[in-house]
Design a protein around this ligand. Structure first.
Ligand code: ADP
Ligand code: TRP
Length: 323
């Protein structure tokens, strides 16, 4: 099965990215029948990051983090979105069949404008570019968090419109893969964890920064001896990171009382450090070998181009463009 997904290099990876998306990438790469494409969405990040040096280094950092977390370049293609010119080419073709009304209904555009981002055409057309990422490699499944569900629906709508206009089943309709338990990981303030909300627990921050983030998780004022609420982000994050066989014990600490929120946060911090300790070590090694990360990205773009080129030739032919 053909799989594709990407992460924008608009900041550093956090628990939401890992639990909602990257954890799925790792599971998927293990199945020999899967043909996986995982990229760094640098063209998308261009809608918000205006400094070339910053974008270049964040892009390399996300690629390094993919590898540190265990993505295996022998099994999956890891590449920069901007290395695949067919993506922007297909995006233009798709934009000619994209109804304005569909883009106007986009939650992500509305959220970004509400947050004060400048309403550019790039932000507005973001879902078209995302559809191109997915359709150009003929993906059947797209592992993402729930915030991307609408983008996946739009991708299917655009593929259908393109196929109808050209009267040929050129583009395959993909399905989202959303993990029900980690569809929307809460941030330390209880809203969706997101780089743009400044409420993240980063995967690779120095330990002191991680401690600060975890200790800032919002809680209520339940006294130490009373049972604690299972509604806030602390409970949800603990549940997501606690190994299933230890969950009964963690849950008991919430329901029986006698344990302050501080102790529960310390427990969460321990879990974050334990879960990512091997990845943190690998990351240190990779940071000393930028040449290796670059070589992985180059090999990945070649693999992605091999998947994209024949489909692009078909699309050009169907549209009547230069072959
Ligand atoms: P961010 O919102 O921090 O900018 P991205 O938009 O780059 O993150 O998301 C990359 C991937 O991580 C997407 O598949 C997205 O759905 C997933 N993701 C991001 N935040 C969360 C979250 N809080 N819960 C679940 N999945 C998430
Ligand atoms: N839009 C996604 C996000 O903000 C990132 C992304 C871009 C993506 N292109 C993609 C995800 C293609 C899956 C498939 O998180």
């Amino acid at each position: 099965m053909r799989i594709v997904s990407g992460v924008q290099p608009t900041g550093r990876l956090h628990l939401g990215n890992y639990l909602g998306a990257i954890r799925q990438f790792l599971d998927l790469q293990s199945a020999p029948a899967h043909d996986c494409f995982f990229f760094v969405a640098d063209l998308h990040a261009l809608t918000t990051i205006r400094d070339g040096a910053t974008l270049r280094s964040l892009t390399l950092e996300i690629a390094t983090d993919y590898l540190a977390l265990g993505l295996d370049p022998d099994r999956v293609a890891i590449y920069r979105q901007s290395s695949l010119p067919q993506v922007t080419e297909l995006a233009w073709m798709l934009s000619t069949v994209t109804p304005m009304g569909l883009l106007r209904r986009g939650h992500s555009y509305k959220d970004k404008i509400a947050r004060g981002l400048e309403p550019t055409h790039g932000l507005f057309a973001y879902p078209v570019l995302m559809a191109a990422d997915i359709l150009i490699v003929g993906a059947e499944r797209v592992p993402v968090g729930r915030d991307q569900a609408q983008h996946l629906e739009m991708t299917r709508d655009l593929a259908t419109a393109f196929n109808q206009v050209h009267d040929e089943p050129l583009l395959r309709l993909p399905e989202p893969m959303i993990l029900p338990d980690a569809a929307l990981v809460p941030g330390i303030d209880g809203r969706k964890m997101s780089k743009s909300h400044g409420n993240v627990i980063e995967l690779f921050a120095p330990e002191a920064d991680l401690r600060r983030s975890v200790m800032s998780i919002v809680t209520d004022s339940t006294p130490l001896e009373d049972p604690k609420s299972a509604r806030g982000p602390l409970y949800a994050l603990l549940k997501l990171l606690t190994p299933p066989e230890e969950w009964a014990e963690s849950r008991r600490l919430f329901t029986t009382g006698g344990q302050g929120y501080g102790a529960l946060k310390t427990r969460l911090l321990g879990l974050v450090l334990d879960t990512f300790r091997p990845a943190r070590q690998r990351r240190e090694e990779l940071l000393r070998d930028v040449g290796f990360v670059e070589s992985v990205l180059n090999a990945g773009s070649e693999r992605a181009a091999t998947a994209a080129a024949p489909l692009m030739a078909e699309c050009r032919r169907a549209c009547g463009l230069a072959g």
